[in-house]
Design a protein around this ligand. Structure first.
Ligand code: ADP
Length: 435
């Protein structure tokens, strides 16, 4: 067969493209592929093929629109076009011809069918049928519509490319921010260790002093040092979470043994804030496989927030139960679902995904009070990011449900943590995978 014949094949499915290429190249046709309608139009105009094989179901413009557009481009008016479709719609062959196709093949087709159809049309420029003025105007109008659509798609593609570039830039900036947090935390740790040591020496020197002013200064110094230590600790944890670098010491643990020490630490705060704690944790829950120290961090953040964002006198309810998901009909996976529900200020739906991002705080920070466990006590906005990192490193999931933010009529929030009862095979999702 003639080496010189070039066939443009417009088809979005790779396997189909490869199959058709193999068949046609075995007959010495030269094959050029286009993976969507827009590329089909561009390549047809650029290379002026001897025949076009046009798939009808394309992801951007459908094949009929592409043919309408090509037929209105005078140099392509006589190039034979064969429509290929799996649509199985009875009037499709007639529609294809009316729009300007010369042949029609239904999928799946045999090698012979394809070659017969190509051989019938290739090298024989189509004869254009005389058309009435009415048909002429209709065709012209359809082509104009497709051209407009083509412009819009081009604009959309340009906007998409611009957005992708901005997204990439933001991602790089975010990575730079993580690097900065990482470096700053390490730089701060050295002087902080010195200040902590001197504060403790000072404490032992003047702890028995009866000068109330000195005692007050010492207390203030100690509170400041403790808080700085917690914040730098959070900065180190955040960098680990972002770099998916959390070390987990897996072992079978009961959720109760994870929660009880955390609750003990918060006991005096519950009393101070006159908040009621309710526990609904059955004794016979299966064990989870996880790192209890890291999991304690998760619940410490959730319970700390529940206390902070609930007015004095509110209630915090912690529940746990078994949750089974079906991977496949014969393969189920068991999780423990722990929920921390409060009767606090709530969270708007639009903020519910964002509060897990670093430094994000849902409510006006100017309304924060000082003090970490006081009502609306401010924080750096890192706690939930760290909690999510730890949960996901365990192969689990964390999310929040709330009817919305209303500090006047608080209806509360419930944070859920789903933890697998087996060690995850491919645990964590890093930041890029999550996006
Ligand atoms: P922060 O250090 O600010 O508490 P977190 O990452 O722990 O940081 O929480 C992020 C934001 O999520 C908080 O600033 C707050 O706006 C909101 N939030 C977290 N927990 C609750 C809760 N239980 N009720 C209401 N809002 C909450």
């Amino acid at each position: 067969m003639a080496q010189s014949f070039t066939i443009l094949h417009v088809e979005d499915l790779k396997n189909n493209r490869e199959l058709v290429r193999r068949i046609l190249e075995s007959r010495n046709y030269r094959v050029v592929d286009a993976v969507n309608g827009m590329e089909g139009i561009q390549k047809a105009i650029a290379i002026h093929p001897d025949l076009i094989l046009m798939d009808i179901n394309l992801p951007d413009l459908d094949g009929f629109s592409v043919v309408t557009r090509l037929r209105n481009h005078p140099p392509l008016a006589t190039v034979p076009i064969i429509a290929i479709t799996a649509r199985n719609i009875s009037d499709d062959p007639e529609r294809a011809r009316a729009i300007g196709c010369d042949g029609y093949i239904s999928k799946p087709f045999s090698v012979k069918q394809l070659l017969d159809e190509v051989d019938t049309h290739i090298g024989k420029p189509r004869e254009t049928q005389p058309e009435s003025r009415h048909e002429h105007f209709l065709r012209e109008h359809s082509a104009t519509l497709v051209e407009e659509l083509e412009h819009k798609l081009n604009e959309l593609e340009a906007a998409h490319a611009e957005l992708s570039a901005v997204h990439e830039r933001l991602q790089r900036l975010d990575e730079a921010k993580t690097d900065f947090i990482h470096i700053a935390a390490h730089e701060l740790r050295t002087p902080l260790t010195t200040v902590t040591a001197y504060a403790s020496m000072l404490h032992s020197q003047i702890k028995n002093s009866d000068n109330p002013m000195l005692q007050e200064i010492l207390e203030g110094l100690q509170t400041g040092v403790d808080r700085l230590n917690r914040i730098t600790g959070d900065m180190v944890s955040i960098a680990r979470v972002e770099l998916s670098n959390i070390e987990l010491a897996y072992m079978p643990v009961s959720i109760k043994s994870v929660l009880l020490p955390v609750l003990k630490d918060f006991q005096s705060t519950f009393d101070e804030r006159h908040q009621t704690l309710k526990l609904n944790i059955p004794d016979d829950l299966p064990l989870i496989v996880g790192d209890d120290t890291q999991l304690q961090q998760v619940f410490s953040r959730l319970i700390g927030n529940a206390i902070k964002y609930t007015p004095d006198g509110g209630t915090i309810t912690i529940s746990a139960n078994v949750h089974t998901t079906e991977k496949t009909p014969n393969n189920t996976q068991k999780f423990i679902e722990v929920s921390v529900a409060d009767t606090g200020i709530g969270i708007n739906k639009s903020d519910q995904g964002l509060i897990f991002e670093k430094f994000y705080t849902a409510e006006d920070t100017s309304r924060h009070s000082s003090g970490e466990t006081k009502f609306m006590g401010g924080g750096p906005g890192l706690g939930l990011t760290i909690a999510r990192g730890i949960v996901e490193a365990h192969g689990g999931r964390i999310w929040v449900e709330s009817d919305g933010y209303d500090p006047q009529n608080p209806s509360g929030s419930t944070f859920f943590v789903l933890l697998p009862t087996e060690k995850p095979s491919h645990p964590r999702r890093n930041q890029k995978e999550r996006q």
